[in-house]
Write a new protein. Structure first.
Length: 199
């Protein structure tokens, strides 16, 4: 009799343990959200791009106005194409100089990060809110540099690392090209264009 009751108690505890495991899986799944862009799951309490900007203490500059025959962004379907943007300093003036001669690698990196901030301003102006970006798709980074300079990817990292800070480790990384140029408009050190997927 004792052996039979022990067996029943063991089976009952096993069922409870299994139910507990299933319940914990269910609870975990309820705290995750499916992104509209390809079904990637992320924690529901993860911060939005706008929240991350505030947490980083980043204030975006005013959205730039075109100075030639183009528009800063074009939306086609669920893709937003951002025109080539350049770095604008805190004084509102373009940062200029060739990387490898007038500017160091670090200064080129900083210019690429500024370029990212300017582009985010254009994207926000187009969509009303950066939270409407589902992910970064493609980046083309052009670096105004000397013929001997070969660290274009490290320069464009200034832009890319900002995107990761704002949109997250997975959604802030896109396909990318980083190339050297003999010159860029107004002698700016970098010009970057990008494609974003929108919600």
């Amino acid at each position: 009799m004792t052996r039979l009751s022990n067996r029943r108690r063991f089976l009952s505890q096993s069922v409870c343990f299994a139910a507990g495991l299933a319940g914990s899986s269910l609870i975990t799944s309820t705290h995750r959200a499916i992104l509209p862009s390809g079904g990637t799951a992320i924690a529901a309490d993860e911060k939005t791009p706008e929240q991350r900007l505030r947490q980083l203490g980043i204030t975006l500059p005013p959205a730039p106005q075109p100075v030639a025959v183009y528009v800063p962004t074009v939306r086609s379907g669920n893709l937003l194409f951002a025109s080539g943007h350049g770095p604008v300093g805190a004084d509102g003036k373009l940062v200029t100089g060739r990387v490898g001669s007038e500017l160091t690698l670090q200064q080129g990196y900083d210019a690429a990060r500024l370029t990212g901030m300017v582009m985010l301003s254009s994207v926000r102006a187009a969509l009303g809110n950066l939270d409407r970006i589902a992910r970064l798709v493609k980046v083309t980074g052009m670096v105004n540099c000397t013929a001997a300079f070969t660290q274009q990817p490290e320069v464009v990292n200034g832009f890319s690392e900002l995107m990761v800070q704002v949109f997250g480790e997975t959604l802030g990384k896109g396909a990318r090209s980083a190339v050297g140029m003999g010159s860029l408009p107004r002698n700016i050190p970098v010009e970057i264009e990008a494609i974003f997927e929108t919600r």
